[in-house]
Design a binder for this molecule. Sequence first.
Ligand code: PCA
Length: 222
Amino acid sequence: MRRRDTILLTGFGPFPGVEENASERFVAKLAHLAARRFSAHRVVARILPTEWERGPARLATLYQRERPKLVLHFGVSANATAYVVETTARNACSLSEDAVGAVPAGRLLEPNGPDRRDVPLPAADIVARLTALKIPATTSDDAGSYLCNAVLYRSLELAEEQEIDGVGFFHIPRVIPPALLKSKVERREMRFDWGSALLGGLEIVRTCLGRPPPSRRHVKFL
Ligand code: PCA
């Protein structure tokens, strides 16, 4: 990545069953921190509508308008209790209602598209680096069959058409508890809260930029 290259972070708006999507607040906060920490780059946070039509369409507009070099998507999952680093998007969708009550026309995202597209990020490395910071994380090769998978599938296609350094998708828990004021004991425990979520988000960006892990001293004051 060159100086002033853009890092695009996306979260999602509400959808049936999730009135307030934590990924929306999360990317706004992470963009703020990342812009300060990686000040050579431009960091933008945008929210995608959780809609079969408008979600992927908005993403295509963002690729055109922002010309990002690194694109990191975040969405919530009822099953996630940690960072879930998605490694694959599948050409499949469930006939589930989106935020405006619409359902897809069929069970394939793109009738002529490949069965799957793989995420070109070092997922195992990201998990190892998060774990080293006591942030719970795991990989997954199943991003589900709802909008998160659909957006990732489309994003990987858009990335092929433009010169992009990296695209990733991260599921986070639906509910993120406030950060604890950490005692020594708690610091040894793995816990996904607002503190570790944001620390982890910065570490994900740092890994994707090809930077080494922060020194211990640095982590302490983050
Ligand atoms: N999670 C949904 C879509 C939007 C979001 O935050 C999913 O996992 O597909």
